[in-house]
Design a protein around this ligand. Structure first.
Ligand code: SF4
Length: 237
């Protein structure tokens, strides 16, 4: 576990774990390359800076126990590092809640984590309709990965012991009513779904800096599409 790549830590966050005070860990590396990614410095598999020394993390959690409710593991894509499993086991020993953010590509690891009750809350990105994923995630995905994403959606829909959130960051020129309808049909049955408005201030592809954000009216139109599919949907603007 000592070789785990965690590039950042936010000691206290009131917003990253709904209704809880949490410490946030940012893992390095992602197997996608979304043009609108808000944490582009975490996409590369390596970082020139030093990674978090886990001994310091345990020392920190020893002191913080009682002051935080949980830990959020985000990235990058946390599940490209198999040793995340051991990290979750160790964090659970502190009696803390765990929220995991994922793109759902490592189905096998996700399943193992879910089956061993290592997480309490999961937020999975749904970039676009399954059959058109490449258009949204910035790289060509092989069939096995696409199947993994689809299986992860199904796994999480059925996981009653975890609060499951799925979310799509909507970008003008990429997501329209037709695309959102396809996503809504696929996620129907999930605990909750968030439509997240795109933020051009920090992005992976500089061309996206000049893109506009969706208006409230347009976001509400998307919201209605999800409601038609009986999805519990909210907007993050
Ligand atoms: S937005 Fe895309 S590229 Fe960025 S961390 Fe998430 S999956 Fe990776």
């Amino acid at each position: 576990m000592n070789n785990i790549k965690i590039s950042g830590i936010q000691k206290t966050s009131l917003i990253d774990y709904p209704d809880n005070i949490a410490t946030v860990l940012f893992t390095q590396g992602c197997n996608m390359n979304c043009p609108y990614c808000h944490n582009p410095e975490l996409i590369s598999e390596t970082n020139e800076n030093e990674y978090l020394n886990l001994d310091n993390l345990w020392e920190f959690l020893d002191k913080r126990s009682g002051l935080i409710d949980g830990v959020v593991i985000t990235g990058g894509e946390p599940l490209i590092q198999e040793s995340i499993y051991d990290l979750l086991v160790k964090i659970k020993e502190y009696g803390l809640l765990i929220k995991l953010d994922t793109n759902g590509t490592n189905y096998n690891l996700l399943k193992k984590i879910v089956e061993n009750n290592l997480i309490d809350y999961i937020a999975m990105d749904i970039k676009g309709p399954i059959k058109e994923y490449d258009k949204f995630c910035g790289i060509k995905l092989n069939k096995a990965i696409i199947k993994n994403i689809d299986r992860s959606i199904e796994l999480l829909k059925k996981s009653n012991n975890i609060i499951t959130e799925m979310r799509t960051t909507v970008v003008p020129g990429m997501h329209d009513n037709n695309i959102m309808k396809k996503i809504a049909k696929r996620v129907s049955g999930v605990d909750k779904f968030y439509i997240q408005n795109f933020r051009p201030n920090k992005v992976n592809n500089p061309d996206f800096k000049s893109k506009r954000r969706y208006s409230e009216e347009e976001l509400n139109e998307f919201k209605n599409i999800f409601k038609e599919e009986n999805v519990e949907v909210q907007i993050r603007n």
